[in-house]
Design a protein around this ligand. Sequence first.
Ligand SMILES: [Zn+2]
Length: 316
Amino acid sequence: MSGRHFVLPFYHIVFPSTRPHIRYLYRYFTPEEFNKQIDYFLKHWQPISYEELIKLHQNGNLNKSKVFHLTFDDGLYECYDVIAPILYKKGVPATFFVHSQALENPAFCFYRFKISLLIWHARKNGLSQKVKILLKKRYDIQLQSIKHLLKTVDHKNIHVIDFLWKETSFDYDKYLSDRPIYMSMNEINKLMENGFQIGSHSLNHIRFNTLSFEDQWREFEEDKLKIETLLGLKNIPFAFPFGDQGVKISFFNKVKKHYPETLLFGSGLFSSDHADNIVHRVPMENFHMQPEKSIPALYFHHSVKKLLGRETIYRK
Ligand SMILES: [Zn+2]
């Protein structure tokens, strides 16, 4: 095969029906599909815990081990009530990357979720035209389609969505009372009691390559230390929000210097990395197909890259 035998699949959510805060962002799998996927991984790889993963990484044996470790980003409620029970039953370990803000504030909402919720609310209630008029009037933003809000708004101008929520009477408290978005402290503690690993995922979930070095460090360190304090943990791993693309070697070196036991998680599929404190994962939801199709195709792609000498991510 391609020389690399381990696989680190990653997901966000598993749910049988629509979750409006995610609906316009990405597709995800149902519990039935997810169950089958775990069986596929179990058939071809040996499941390992985070402790085993970091040990293999540190002693240089990870590449030759035919193992898998599952990870889940964003700390969504479904990790607790859908995913963890499936994994627990099958005896499959996993790491869940959470946000400190969601632990501290039950009303926290990631800015992309806010946009998805607004689109859902506007469409469901016939308010799309009203949203367009409001945007033009208040912010001079011309919107072709309501879905274009995802391209027009980001963390820097998310107040636009707060304004639209208010003007269209979107009841966020009611939405949360039907079903939470994030896991609470209590639920995360239960995952830990069942042997699952917790990691951090940055303060505000902003693409790292758009931030200054100082802001990258603050997003990483503050979130990590808060979660460690809140949950009584040490040396938790970290997953880059939106992936690790374009993050410079100086960041990895600083992590290594201050937190030598912290392993970073990227999303470079089967790539190796110039930085030695990061491992790369396969974002399963990006390839919305069953892994018996996507994984061999990605492995093949990786083998070709290796032949061309391009399997390692180099960092400036
Ligand atoms: Zn994320």
